[in-house]
Write a protein that binds this ligand. Sequence first.
Ligand code: HEC
Ligand code: HEC
Ligand code: HEC
Ligand code: HEC
Ligand code: HEC
Length: 277
Amino acid sequence: MNRIRVSAIMLLSFGVLLTACSSELRDASDLPSQPVLFGAHGKGYAIMSSDNFHATDIRNRLQWDILGCRTCHGYDYNGGISQLSCNSSGCHLAADGGPEACYLCHGDSQTKKIYPQWYNAHAVHLEGGPRSAVTIACTDCHNLPINFEDPAHIDKETPGRAEVYFNNAIASIKTIGTEGEPTYDATTGSCSNTYCHGNFTNGNNATVVWKGQDQGKCGSCHGDPDTGNPLPRSPHPQVANCVQCHPGAIDASNTNPDPLLHVNGVLNVFGQERTNW
Ligand code: HEC
Ligand code: HEC
Ligand code: HEC
Ligand code: HEC
Ligand code: HEC
């Protein structure tokens, strides 16, 4: 397969070279015809179940660098000299960027969501969840490339991972008892010292694992993580009827905080909105 590919590429450069050197050719019909590269990729390149499927090749051999595909399939992937358009294959849509569509490599092609779907933390932070409607931008946590070619997109130093930083205002809020700055540990894939996960007065300052399960249980940020009781430890009043002092911010069952008011950086107590606590 490699041999066929190498000869295909040689054939191609030969064709280009020939065109470039043919200054004495005046008539378009005198130009050498484009090479036909039958069998350019070997068997099964378009068949998902094949070991030679192109997505597997792109991952294993090319380390995700698909820009070379443009050489033959065209800058816009509409066929180019190969005359085989990726966009009319039924799999890639020109309007979404063809094979460069963000959702293809790390998203969901059904919903066209562009962030990883194989664990839950992206969805909760980007779309909000039942406990908090507060959402965060990609660039609050790591770079968002402007397109596939962006030099900040795919790097060879830390392959397969995003370089995480903290740029989020809520995560960095300080209250009485806050210790340290929010940090991300790439080795363990975990966040610590975030306001959101309990780095505040009487909070638990939980260290949460980004790709872990069940990282936002009731009690994990404030209260008792083992029993799930959200009542913050003393000196917070040890009275379980939250709604009595936090009216509007939680329902009468004392279990469902209002997602619009919860983990939003503002403490709702006695009908007031407090940032000085
Ligand atoms: C050297 C030119 C060349 C390059 C570079 C190239 N292709 Fe192709 N590709 C072709 C040609 C020509 C065909 C037409 C089918 C054939 O004869 O194999 C083709 C066919 C295909 C097919 C259909 C294969 C089939 O069996 O139906 C896929 C999928 C494909 N290319 C993907 C890619 C991807 C992905 C890249 C980049 C990693 C790429 N190509 C780079 C020339 C090229
Ligand atoms: C061909 C596959 C592929 C396509 C298409 C693709 N990406 Fe990526 N993307 C990757 C890989 C692989 C990484 C892992 C990054 C690394 O190794 O540094 C990545 C990383 C990222 C990251 C993490 C940030 C970082 O600093 O590494 C973001 C955000 C991202 N891509 C957004 C996009 C967007 C937006 C698009 C569409 C314009 C896109 N990607 C298209 C393969 C792809
Ligand atoms: C709350 C912070 C946060 C937000 C917001 C966020 N990400 Fe991430 N992202 C992460 C972390 C943490 C990782 C894992 C980094 C590692 O592997 O060490 C990651 C990894 C990734 C990766 C690499 C693949 C992977 O699963 O590790 C891609 C791609 C990515 N994010 C895309 C996006 C896109 C696109 C957005 C916006 C639509 C986004 N992220 C928003 C924190 C975030
Ligand atoms: C008797 C009144 C009262 C009840 C009942 C009450 N709280 Fe509070 N809560 C307060 C006050 C007052 C503050 C602000 C304390 C301060 O100024 O630091 C507070 C603050 C908080 C904070 C911020 C952290 C802290 O301790 O300052 C959380 C989280 C919280 N309450 C959750 C709850 C939950 C969950 C319940 C029910 C299980 C509950 N509260 C029941 C009065 C109450
Ligand atoms: C991801 C961490 C996290 C989890 C999980 C969590 N909380 Fe909170 N909670 C906070 C933060 C942060 C605050 C501080 C006030 C704010 O920013 O809204 C807070 C404040 C509160 C308050 C005070 C009112 C307010 O919103 O200002 C109540 C009541 C409360 N939480 C109840 C609960 C209950 C009940 C659960 C479980 C169903 C729960 N919390 C789970 C982070 C969390």
